[in-house]
Design a protein around this ligand. Structure first.
Ligand code: T46
Length: 138
């Protein structure tokens, strides 16, 4: 996995009655969960994201269907396929992300370490490269 990302496996309580996955802040994910949001109904060929966060940490889970997440730093790049609701992609500070190839009916749920703050976003790749080169040098 590239710097500041990792896969997290959650315990899946499966049985004849179906699946139950429980996620506890500061235990199953490495932060207190302050916000949850989900993305649905993304048309084919649409790519979302194209930004990084300075302070925000998140875990992305695909609860239904499949979605691909491209994560990058100025030095590294990887595409992670999310299609198992018991596995989450942790994305830490200063990692650029793009979400694409949503299958019809895909549900992308995101657990976030902070409330929504637009100033935490870096949406321009040139600005991101400059800040990230500095950040990863330290
Ligand atoms: C991320 C990826 C995985 C809010 O008002 N509150 C919120 O909590 C969020 C997440 C978004 N918004 C508003 C801001 C925009 O007007 O919803 C609109 C769409 O947000 P955005 O274009 O940033 O959505 P994505 O899918 O490109 O990115 C989102 C998150 O914003 C981002 O933090 O890491 O999902």
């Amino acid at each position: 996995m590239i710097t500041n990302t990792k896969m997290i496996s959650f315990q899946d309580h499966s049985g004849e009655l179906g699946h139950l996955v429980a996620i506890e802040g500061n235990r199953d994910v490495p932060f207190e969960i302050k916000r949850v949001y989900y993305i649905t109904g993304v048309p084919e060929h649409v790519t979302r994201g194209f930004h990084s966060h300075r302070k925000l940490e998140q875990v992305l889970l695909c609860l239904n269907g499949e979605v691909k997440i491209r994560v990058k730093t100025p030095q590294e790049e990887e595409t992670v396929v999310l299609n198992d609701p018991s596995k989450g992609l942790f994305i830490g500070h200063m990692v650029w992300r793009e979400m694409f190839d949503f299958t019809p009916g895909a549900v992308l749920m995101v657990l976030a370490s902070e409330y929504y703050i637009e100033d935490d976003y870096i949406r321009d790749y040139g600005q991101y490269s400059a800040e990230a080169n500095n950040f990863f040098k330290e």
